[in-house]
Write a protein that binds this ligand. Structure first.
Ligand SMILES: [Zn+2]
Length: 312
């Protein structure tokens, strides 16, 4: 058993996982925008990391990985787009491990992470973030070109950004990039299994194989199921995932006001209610920043991972 297994939320979808002496960053977006609630940690201060696993390549997940990797020698696991950007940012190739889903990376003795292909939330379908009980319908069957056109035309979404936030975004601009293909990670440790998802999407055929003792699920934007936007609310999306995954403990991510003027401070009550209605046994955890939350406490007697016997 791991003597210590704690999780720090560093805002947005970034977490720091400590498994005894091993330090693993889940995403690496640490330096917050002006006006975002402070977490008390900056990327420059981070001097200890062994691994950085990145869910996708957008700046609010990846920006910071280049500095943390250089400062600590940590190896970055991420998509080929993530690796391309990190190479451009001067991270040595020996610290980069490109994955696409289907791999299992050994992180330390008895600790590994499996990589799954996933989907990004439908950022093209809306001009602003909605609260989780707002029902969104339509937008089905659009071509890639139509989605790109919508994305390019949603200039209003950025209209509310302050000059300070605009300058901040410019300072952290790492050049053009896509999301790189969203990835989901499932950690297997002696103390239990942990799922990390950093954007609201999944392939429904994959979802049952993500089952874990503890699941970090993204809670922001319009959910994506098999490439199409959810017909319903974000709360229903998260509750639907929980109903399949059946984690013993569910931790929310990406739900804070990480980019004031574009993001929102999510009211999590509808998510809590929707999850409780469908899977009352799931313990939903909303952690504060840097709380050193003991993720597997109270789960030690349970079988680690519930993936056996699962059928899609
Ligand atoms: Zn993204």
């Amino acid at each position: 058993m791991s003597a210590v297994a704690t999780l720090d939320w560093l805002g947005c979808a970034t977490f720091r996982l400590r498994l005894d002496d091993l330090v693993i960053f889940l995403d690496a977006y640490v330096d917050r925008a002006p006006g975002a609630p402070p977490t008390g940690v900056s990327a420059a201060e981070i001097d200890r990391a062994d691994w950085i696993v990145v869910g996708h390549s957008h700046f609010d997940h990846l920006w910071g990985a280049e500095r943390i990797a250089k400062q600590t020698g940590a190896t970055i696991v991420g998509s080929y787009e993530t690796v391309r950007i990190m190479l451009e940012q001067g991270v040595p190739e020996r610290q980069l491990m490109p994955v696409a889903g289907g791999e299992r990376v050994e992180l330390a003795e008895q600790i590994s992470v499996s990589v799954f292909p996933s989907q990004h939330s439908c950022i093209w379908s809306h001009a602003r973030f909605e609260q989780p009980d707002e029902v969104c319908l339509g937008d089905l069957g659009l071509s890639y070109q139509e989605r790109r056109s919508r994305l390019a035309g949603r200039a209003g979404r950025r209209a509310d950004l302050s000059d300070e936030v605009r300058a901040y975004l410019q300072a952290g601009n790492q050049g053009a990039r896509g999301d790189g293909g969203a990835l989901v990670y499932r950690f297997q440790t002696p103390g239990g299994s942990l799922l990390f998802q950093d954007t609201c999407g999944y392939w429904s055929g994959q979802l049952p194989s993500w089952r874990s003792d503890v699941a970090i699920l993204a809670a922001a934007g319009r959910g994506n199921i098999d490439g199409e936007p959810i017909q319903g609310s974000l709360a229903e999306f998260v509750a639907g995932e929980a109903a399949v995954l059946q984690p013993r403990r569910l931790i929310l991510g990406h739900h804070d006001d990480w980019l004031p003027g574009m993001s929102i401070a999510t009211n999590t009550a509808p998510i809590r209610a929707a999850v409780a209605a469908r899977t009352p046994a799931v313990e939903l955890v909303e952690m504060g920043y840097c709380a050193a939350y003991p993720i597997f406490d109270g789960l030690a007697a349970a079988p680690s991972g519930a993936q056996e016997g699962v059928t899609a």
